[in-house]
Design a protein around this ligand. Structure first.
Ligand code: PHE
Length: 450
């Protein structure tokens, strides 16, 4: 048997997986989508998805990892040689995401530094963000710093690096979120914002909203990029997968909902109830929110706390992505972890440069009409992830057979869970994934808007 490292406890695993799941998607996308698609209605739809086939996909990945005790390529290969390419897709997705994810991670460190040094008023100025991301050198340096921090953790290995970092960062993240959320509640107009965010508005039900919830689920749970397979491969044989997945999902959606409590009332109060101010993506986080913070009492403290919280969310996700690449190199080439980390770090920093420069010096260079960072985002999230997930469901449901996963989950005698899982993985998940795939391609090219 190989002497593969393991998480030292179930909670260590749960915090690491939750650390991966809780990321930028929870903070800048979820509140925006919820506010846009019917408030509590969106939250209900989202919860329905994560508890049905989101649950099935996540358990499958963790079970595949734990059964084979290998990173994605080796894992699929050992289950069935013909499906090795599924592992390759997962690792390619991870390797393509880390560089541009770290570009954004670098922006967060920059903002944290600005707020910590009392620069709230600077960050709130018009043009501050645009000037920063278009400069040729500065964002690259911050990106490299982000990568180096993540690499430092991965370098230390599973127990002393990944598990320990998550054990510290995740609880602090929760405390910061609760503090900022509570403060946001005291702002004038907060109640109006909160109503808009939380009360289900069934008249705003739309297919777009359903598809957006689906896409958000994939991204937010870090599915289909080998992360859960890799982390699962370090999970102790005695731990209960079903329970762990439930806890990871509660953690992930809890932080997503909480993020709305921080952001929606504050932005609402600041903008006098404008929904537009809640627009997603970099604009919200790096342009609108700094203005909101600057307008508050205690702007330095609140702004710093917020960007620290976001940094913790992003770094724990970055770590998980990097670990996929590192553990694949270690498994495939029998390389030592520290060497693999050095190679991965250099690769990620170099690969991040075009994504970073694509906002400025190289902005004339587009692929399919998309800036470089957006192109990587599109090809990974909109195409490769759903395709990989679809093929995984087909593989498990029809080739490998669901029993293999169910046995790894030790559900031999739990007939209800067996039926539920099998139904999800064979029929429901593939159908919905096709819908995600089509909708994300169409929306990238402006045919529909999500
Ligand atoms: N799950 C993370 C989030 O919600 C996103 C992520 C994507 C993390 C890819 C790791 C890898 O932001």
């Amino acid at each position: 048997m190989n002497e593969r490292s393991e998480f030292s406890s179930k909670i260590g695993f749960i915090l690491a997986a939750a650390g991966s799941a809780v990321g930028l998607g929870n903070i800048w996308r979820f509140p925006y989508l919820a506010a846009k698609y019917g408030g509590g209605l969106f939250v209900l739809i989202y919860i329905f998805f994560i508890t049905t086939f989101g649950y099935a996909i996540m358990t499958s990945e963790i079970a595949i990892g734990r059964k084979t005790r290998l990173s994605p390529i080796g894992a699929y290969e050992s289950l069935d040689k013909r499906y090795k390419f599924l592992g390759v897709i997962a690792v390619v997705v991870a390797a393509l995401i880390v560089p541009y994810y770290s570009v954004i991670g670098g922006w967060i460190i920059k903002y944290l530094a600005v707020f910590l040094t009392g620069g709230a008023f600077l960050a709130a100025q018009d043009g501050f963000f645009a000037d920063f991301i278009t400069s040729p050198l500065e964002p690259v340096l911050w990106q490299a710093l982000f990568v180096l921090i993540a690499a430092g953790v991965v370098f230390k290995g599973i127990k002393d690096g990944i598990e320990r970092a998550n054990r510290i960062l995740m609880p602090v993240l929760i405390v910061l979120s609760l503090g900022i959320g509570a403060y946001a509640m005291t702002l004038p107009g907060a109640v109006e914002g909160l109503k808009y965010y939380m009360i289900p508005d069934f008249s705003r039900f739309s297919i777009e909203g359903v598809l957006a919830a689906l896409g958000q689920m994939f991204y937010s749970l870090s599915l289909a990029m080998g992360i859960m397979i890799t982390y699962g491969s370090y999970l102790n044989k005695n731990d209960n997968i079903k329970k762990s997945v439930k806890q990871i999902e509660v953690f992930d959606s809890g932080v997503a909902i909480l993020a709305g409590f921080m952001i929606v009332p504050a932005v609402f109060a600041f903008s006098g109830g404008s929904q537009e101010a809640l627009s997603a993506g970099p604009g919200l986080m790096f342009i609108t929110l700094p203005k909101v913070f600057d307008s508050m009492a205690f702007s330095t403290i609140i702004g710093s706390a917020f960007f620290m919280m976001v940094l913790f969310a992003a770094i724990t996700s970055g770590i998980s992505l990097m670990e996929v690449v590192v553990s694949t190199i270690c498994d495939k080439y029998g390389m030592k972890r520290n060497k693999a980390v050095v190679i991965t770090t250099i690769f990620v920093i170099i690969m991040g440069v075009p994504s970073s420069l694509g906002n400025g010096v190289w902005s004339g260079f587009t692929i399919l009409d998309l800036a470089i960072l957006d192109f990587f985002d599109f090809i990974t999230n909109a195409v490769l992830m759903p395709v990989g997930a679809l093929l995984m469901c087909v593989f498990i449901g029809y080739v490998l057979k669901a029993d293999v996963i169910l046995n790894e989950m030790q559900l031999e005698s739990d007939l209800k869970s067996r039926r539920f899982y099998t139904f999800m993985i064979k029929y429901v998940a593939p159908l919905f994934i096709v819908a995600v795939l089509l909708s994300s391609i169409l929306s990238t090219f402006g045919v529909i808007s999500i």
